[in-house]
Design a protein around this ligand. Structure first.
Ligand code: SAM
Length: 505
């Protein structure tokens, strides 16, 4: 037994705490962000100080940032330039002194606040004249699913001018780390100062959100909400300063105790390319692969990548692991590549190490691809933990739709290096009896559909029958109802109700 093989797997859900870490929450929005405390516990549990902890689908960098703050080498990788901009931007907040950051914000206030506030009273002609003078982003074509055709149409004239004034002033900041921090705050401001920003009903205007994160496309508001640009930026900048203070404090605490030796690396490769370079080098991988066709990351990140001048290459767009998007990437290629991405992870992992993969989808073929690829490449599934009840509900889910899955399953594998051939059961998986078994073992008065579905997946997998697990969303929900559960729209969960007499007769 090695020190890694002796680690007992995490078997139960960890309550998510999404908002307490200032280094992640409120600095910059990104898609499907994982709760930092869950990621951190996994990293702490499955790796040791000095280890190389990799997230090949790193997104906003939670895995690598938590790892590097805990004396590991945190390795961020993502094909999306925006993801690396955010992750690297946060990691770099450890550099430079807080006083520099504060004085950079002071410089910006002196240079921009008056000009931005005055825009509210400027005439159309004055705004147009400013637009001609300022450095504007390229006016590229947007993804086909967008409400508007060209990039500039994402902004009202005041918004684009305000953002350009700020951007120019940020470039003039001399201290490089403070400049990076202000650029991060500016990029976060972009999410609010554009026409996809929709206000939330019954809440302060500024509490709304962009359609990019709720319905995953560029839907523009007919009457855009024009948030005050300086105030909006300043709030973002304050959040960045808070994140810096928190990071500085964490590092200082480490320095006072064990000493801080954390490192952060960032890469922008397709996962398959990365695996050639990183073969056998990772001590732990925690990752969250894209879930099929829900989110086209590169299309949705054009808002940032265009103005940051970090547009992805044509190859990156072709290699994005999604279904659909502007390039119409196909489903079977996705399933095949999803399996290969697990092979890539195991290739990068050292022997006798752990791999955790977060996933959620109705399509059982995706789970089959993940689980079969892992087994055939020499990794055992040691834990499957449903993290439900603590998710950020997407707009689809919020509409009270029990057919949308919102939780996630964390699958943890141990790399044994002994490939296994999966014997497919000759019997068809008996969904009804498996559901009956799962539902009759529930001891709580509430139930999450995601939890039941995830258990179904794991049961079918253990019986070698995942390939024959087929159930429609309606049949799945129907079975839960037949066992006496009723769906509660407002809480997105099932509660124990009266059994439907006839069906139980
Ligand atoms: C589910 S998100 C990860 C979010 C992350 N867990 C977080 O907390 O921010 C999946 C990520 O995979 C990236 N991605 C998609 N295809 C990729 C590929 N072929 N290689 C590397 N990254 C890819 C996307 O850009 C996206 O950021």
């Amino acid at each position: 037994m090695t020190k890694y093989s002796a680690i007992p797997p995490i078997e139960s859900a960890i309550a998510a705490d999404r908002q307490s870490a200032k280094r992640h929450y409120g600095v910059h929005p990104y898609f499907t962000r994982r709760p930092h405390n869950v990621v951190r516990e996994y990293v702490m549990h499955y790796s040791r100080e000095g280890d190389r902890v990799l997230d090949p689908f790193g997104g906003s960098g939670i895995t690598a940032i938590e790892a590097f703050l805990e004396n590991r080498v945190g390795i961020q990788n993502d094909i999306n330039p925006l993801a690396n901009f955010i992750a690297g931007g946060i990691a770099k907040l450890q550099r430079g002194g807080l006083a520099d950051y504060e004085s950079a914000l002071g410089e910006l206030r002196a240079a921009c606040q008056g000009r931005l506030d005055a825009l509210a009273g400027s005439s159309v002609d004055e705004i147009e004249a400013l637009k001609r003078k300022l450095n504007m982003p390229n006016n590229i074509r947007l993804p086909k699913s967008s409400d508007v055709e060209l990039y500039h149409e994402l902004f009202s004239p005041r918004q684009i001018v305000a953002l350009a004034i700020l951007r120019t002033a940020i470039e003039a900041i001399a201290a490089p780390h403070a400049r990076n921090a202000m650029l991060l705050a500016w990029s976060a401001t972009l999410a609010k100062l554009n026409r996809t920003f929709l206000s939330a009903e019954g809440r302060a205007e500024s509490r709304g959100g962009s359609s990019i994160f709720s319905i995953y496309r560029y839907k523009t508001a007919k009457d855009p909400i024009e948030l005050p640009p300086w105030k909006t930026f300043e709030e973002r900048a304050h959040n960045v300063l808070l994140a810096k203070q928190e990071i500085d404090k964490a590092i200082e605490l480490k320095n006072r105790t064990t000493g801080w030796r954390g490192r952060f690396e960032s890469h922008s490769r397709d996962i398959d390319d990365l695996s050639d370079e990183f073969e056998g080098t990772a001590d732990y991988i925690f990752t969250d692969a894209p879930y099929g066709g829900h989110i086209s990351y590169l299309d949705l990140s054009v808002l940032w990548n265009c103005w940051l001048e970090k547009m992805p290459t044509a190859r990156a767009r072709e290699r994005e692991l999604i279904v659909g998007g502007d390039l119409g990437l196909n489903e079977s290629a996705y399933t095949d590549r999803l399996g290969k991405s697990i092979v890539a992870c195991l290739k990068m992992l050292k022997p006798d190490r752990w791999l955790s993969v977060v996933f959620q989808h109705w399509n059982t073929a995706y789970f089959d691809a993940i689980l079969t690829s892992a087994a055939e490449t020499g990794a055992d599934l040691r834990a499957a933990v449903p993290q439900v009840g603590d998710t950020v509900w997407s707009m689809h889910k919020k509409k009270g739709n029990e057919s949308v899955l919102a939780g996630e399953l964390i699958l943890t594998f141990f790399k044994t290096g002994k490939p296994r051939t999966i014997n497919v059961s000759p019997h068809r998986f008996d969904v009804e009896s498996a559901m009956s078994h799962i539902l009759s073992s529930v001891r709580t008065p509430v139930l999450y559909g995601e939890h039941v579905f995830n258990q179904l997946i794991v049961t079918a997998w253990k019986e070698g029958a995942i390939k024959s697990l087929q159930i429609s969303k309606d049949d799945f929900n129907g079975l839960i109802k037949r066992h006496g559960w009723q769906y509660e729209d407002e809480n997105h969960r099932w509660v124990k109700g009266q059994p439907e007499g006839l069906l139980f007769a």
